[in-house]
Design a protein around this ligand. Structure first.
Ligand SMILES: *Cc1c(COP(=O)(O)O)cnc(C)c1O
Length: 397
């Protein structure tokens, strides 16, 4: 195809209209750069929504994918495969959770956690518990069970919702204490609400949630799909607060662009599943496992958690300077590591479009929040260029 217009026209005829797409058709991508069909270059601050954390077309991951593709892609979970073992061993070394279940997406990883929690409570603990408590503005995916966890806008037209999900105010420990009952199986939470506008939990809230889960004997499930894989400054964002959830979910950056999800859990929690209780055809196939294994190897070798933490702290400060220079335009700059939200004092569509026009690919969430999810190895100069452009755009308003 030859132009944005051609791609758009043909796409609009044959693809379901589920996405309000950006005015860009990507022709190629490398590192932290995207190029469109008109030859324009963009600094990518979105990385496919926190997926290509090592940058686009990463050569080492590409080589691992090619090598595996020539060995075999897929044989099914009926067979033992060394690729899955290498990956599970690497993942196990990143936290206290030593058991892995592999799947194909974030929503599926969360579904695995939800199913594990219910089955653990019902079969291992003998409790008639099924309720999953979540928090307003959370986002856990788009399957029926995962939309039942939260925001009403995602439920529109899809009623009735599966039962057993209760969503309560964020940051209210007393309310959580009152809401947990004998029917509660687990609390499911993001340490930084991503889609919900980059809202980091306070240490007090995060630690309080874990304490309440322990007190009531309910499981703590943490969604690390966006915040995990080194983005927060640690392997997993809960490690910033010293938490030890019973299980957590990963996806997005896990295989640097090859679709993959994982549920990690403790030895005790893993008793909830036994032979035949859960499964997937593709989950953790050799191709995805090889790509993920290489991704983890590079993150560890290059200490990308440390880099994300340091660069993230610098970026937060830098964007706060912009807020001071153009008073009244930015309500708050929030984040954890390279998961950054710039909350504007007004609906942000014009500012967002102006930034795209200037060659920055980024996302707008919750109407007012510019969301930045750059590659963990992005050049500091690219973030500096963005700060300069943001200041200009806000001044020109
Ligand atoms: C993206 C995301 C999901 C859903 O992942 P999919 O791969 O789109 O199913 C779930 N939770 C969080 C926090 C996410 O950011």
């Amino acid at each position: 195809m030859n132009s944005f217009n051609e791609v758009k026209e043909r796409a609009d005829k044959v693809l379901c209209k589920t996405y309000a797409r950006y005015p860009i058709a990507v022709k190629s991508a490398k590192g932290s750069r995207l190029w469109d069909f008109e030859g324009r270059e963009y600094i990518d601050l979105l990385t496919g929504i926190a997926v290509t954390s090592l940058g686009h077309s990463n050569e080492e991951v590409g080589a691992a994918i090619c090598a595996q593709a020539q060995k075999f892609l897929h044989v099914s979970n009926l067979f033992y495969q060394e690729e899955q073992v290498y990956l599970a061993e690497r993942l196990a070394a990143t936290s206290h959770c030593g058991r892995a279940f592999f799947c194909n997406s974030g929503a599926e990883a969360n579904e695995a956690m939800i199913k594990l929690a219910r089955r653990y409570q019902q079969r291992v603990k003998g409790r008639d518990a099924y309720e999953i408590i979540t928090f307003k503005q959370c986002f856990h995916g788009r399957t029926l069970a995962t939309i039942a966890t939260g925001q009403q806008k995602f439920q529109d037209g899809f009623l009735p919702m599966p039962e057993g999900f209760t969503s309560i105010e964020w940051n209210d420990l007393e309310l959580l204490d009152r809401t947990i009952s004998s029917k509660t199986a687990a609390v499911l939470i993001e340490m930084v609400q991503g889609e919900g506008g980059i809202r980091p939990a306070t240490a007090e809230f995060a630690q309080g949630v874990q304490a309440l889960c322990r007190k009531h004997g309910v499981m703590l499930l943490i969604d690390e799909i966006q915040s995990g894989m080194c983005r927060s400054g640690k392997w997993w964002s809960f490690q910033n607060f010293g938490l030890e959830p019973d299980a957590f979910s990963s996806a997005k950056a896990l295989a640097n662009g090859v679709p993959m999800g994982a549920m990690m859990c403790t030895e005790e929690a893993s008793k909830g599943f036994d032979f035949g209780s859960h499964g997937t055809t593709f989950g953790g196939n050799a191709l995805a496992s090889a790509a993920a294994c290489k991704t983890l190897e590079i993150m560890e070798r290059d200490k990308l958690h440390d880099r994300a933490g340091e660069l993230g702290r610098w970026a937060l400060e830098r964007f706060r300077q912009v807020a001071e220079k153009v008073p009244g335009t930015i309500r708050e700059v929030r984040g954890m590591g390279l998961l950054i939200g710039i909350d504007l004092a007004f609906p942000g569509k014009d500012v967002w479009l102006a930034l795209i026009e200037r060659g920055f690919a980024l996302n707008l969430t919750q109407d007012t929040v510019l969301r930045l999810l750059p590659a963990l190895n992005i050049a500091k100069d690219d973030l500096e260029a963005f700060a300069v452009a943001l200041e200009e755009v806000l001044k020109a308003r």
